[in-house]
Design a binder for this molecule. Structure first.
Ligand SMILES: [Zn+2]
Length: 84
């Protein structure tokens, strides 16, 4: 079966048997794309929370861990806090 990665568009092909295991990074082609998708989700969530001055949906350690991971994968060169 073929699947198109929703992040980078790469086509991954794998054998799928009913009841069998999906690839570990499904529906993404790699751990990198999985992290990118998480980052996008995080970005949207963060913007939504912005109008609420005291909303703190994610702990600082979690933000830092995600930022570090994205920097390591080379997906982003810099992480800037969008809060104004
Ligand atoms: Zn991908």
């Amino acid at each position: 079966m073929k699947h198109k990665c929703s992040v980078c568009g790469a086509i991954t092909e794998f054998d799928y048997k009913p009841g069998g295991k999906l690839p570990p990074n499904f529906p993404f082609c790699s751990a990198r794309c999985r992290a990118v998708d998480l980052g996008k989700w995080f970005g949207e969530e963060y913007k939504i929370s912005a109008p609420l001055p005291n909303a703190d949906l994610m702990a600082d350690e979690e933000k830092e861990a995600l930022a570090e991971f994205l920097l390591e994968t080379g997906e982003v060169d810099e992480i800037t806090d969008e809060e104004e």
